[in-house]
Design a protein. Structure first.
Length: 431
């Protein structure tokens, strides 16, 4: 992954003037979240843009992260010309404020695209924020340019599962119509999993033939397999030799944390098992309050280290990694944390719909267990079964790391992006 983006290990950014390589076809990446943001979307989109910059003139249209960090409105980073419009809302802002702010920034990005887009450009659009694909599609239609839609979350379904939107509401129906229009217009659609490909085909049958699965990758070059005793995070947060079921990451409204609390209470009679929640996000804050009101000896919460470089030490604390979703999330979203759990050599317990990409990978590769959402009894039985089979756990962990290296390496996945965009460029004349 030497030619792509690595947080904390990339070429220095620099402020630049206007100008690009006229001899290369331009790819414009639209994603509100981008460098220096290192959460999932920002990290992956920055790396994809940097990978494409090996063959194209790449520009990223994004927003500045929330907070006081001062950033140039235009700079070059890892070979990508970055243009920023506005600043994202702080994470503690209300849902209404975040939606309004994201919509205003999306409109500004869409206006810039309408003014500056050339017919020969290829546009890569992400599905977050939700209004961005629509305004970008309109700009591409006006300028007769082609775009590729990268689906990280399928809307409006994701908002429905999160409880933000009622499925039969007027807003939901209008959103569904707009999303179908974007799917029909897209030249190609990239989805993260097979379940998501099925969801897109059900939403818009005409999109099925132009949908390709390109998963997110495991950070096999930075996430390593290390012993629990060698992890500073584990030494700080684990006082004894308990079996640790770890749930780590940014936890939002689509993640089921209630099942973890219920399973941990069932584990109270087993003093050798600890449910460790190392997380951030709106649901995590709610969860901490719930645990403080009703303490549980088998459950502990700690803030998640925000640096991506801390993932090796955080994941090393686990004997198994738990990934939880609410029911109905199959086809709506694919958890990128699955791949780094594999890179760390950890078996996975997926609390997820039976036909989700997470469930498919776990079963196909033999690297863990699948539990139905809401079934706390089954989750506790699986954890107890895992603790009783240390040799099987070790074999699963070795297999998980092997799968990460062979099927989900950065070079392999970024190569699939370059191959797709090379084919698009070859199929359309460079006028």
């Amino acid at each position: 992954m030497s030619a792509s983006y690595r947080p904390g290990n990339a070429e220095p950014s620099k402020t630049i003037g206007v100008g690009s390589e006229d001899s290369l076809r331009r790819v414009i990446v639209l994603s509100e979240i981008f460098y220096p943001e290192t959460t999932s979307t920002g990290y992956y989109l920055t790396a994809i843009a940097a990978g494409l910059a090996r063959s194209f003139s790449v520009e990223a249209i994004c927003s500045a992260p929330a907070g006081g960090q001062r950033l140039s409105k235009m700079e070059r980073y890892c070979g990508v010309l970055v243009r920023r419009f506005g600043r994202m809302n702080p994470k503690d802002a209300t849902i209404g404020a975040r939606l309004f702010g994201a919509s205003v920034r999306a409109l500004r990005m869409g206006l810039w695209l309408t003014i500056n887009l050339n017919r020969r450009d290829i546009v890569l659009i992400t599905t977050n924020p939700p209004l961005l694909p629509l305004v970008a599609a309109i700009a591409c239609l006006l300028k007769r340019a082609s775009f590729v839609l990268l689906v990280h979350d399928v809307y409006p379904m994701a908002a429905v599962v999160a409880g933000v939107l009622k499925p039969d509401s007027a807003c939901g129906r209008l959103w569904h119509v707009a999303q179908r229009r974007v799917l029909r217009q897209a030249a190609h659609i990239i989805v993260l999993g097979r379940d998501m490909r099925g969801m897109v085909a059900r939403m818009e049958p005409a999109a099925a033939s132009k949908t390709v699965v390109i998963p997110n990758w495991a950070e096999t070059d930075t996430v390593r397999v290390i012993a629990k005793i060698d992890s500073p995070f584990a030494r700080e947060n684990l006082a004894n030799e308990r079996f640790v079921a770890l749930c780590a990451g940014n936890l939002g409204r689509t993640h089921d944390l209630g099942i973890l609390l219920e399973a941990a209470r069932l584990a109270e009679t087993d003093r050798y098992v600890l449910f460790l929640i190392a997380a951030t996000g709106s649901q995590y804050n709610w969860f901490v309050r719930e645990v403080s009101r009703n303490p549980c000896q088998s459950l502990r919460t700690v803030p998640l280290p925000l640096e991506r470089g801390a993932q090796t030490e955080t994941l090393a604390a686990a004997d198994v990694v738990i990934i939880t979703f609410k029911p109905g999330m199959a086809g709506v979203s694919v958890p990128s944390r699955m791949y780094n759990a594999m890179a760390a050599g950890k078996p996975i317990v997926g609390v997820t719909d039976d036909d989700s990409e997470l469930a498919l990978v776990i079963r196909e590769e033999g690297i863990g267990w699948v539990v139905s959402p809401g079934d706390a009894d089954a989750l506790w039985r699986v954890i107890a079964e895992a603790r009783a089979q240390p040799e099987r756990l070790r074999e699963m962990g070795l297999k998980a790391r092997c799968v990460a290296e062979t099927k989900y390496s950065p070079d392999k996945i970024l190569g699939e992006y370059r191959k797709l965009f090379d084919s698009i460029a070859a199929a359309t004349p460079f006028l």
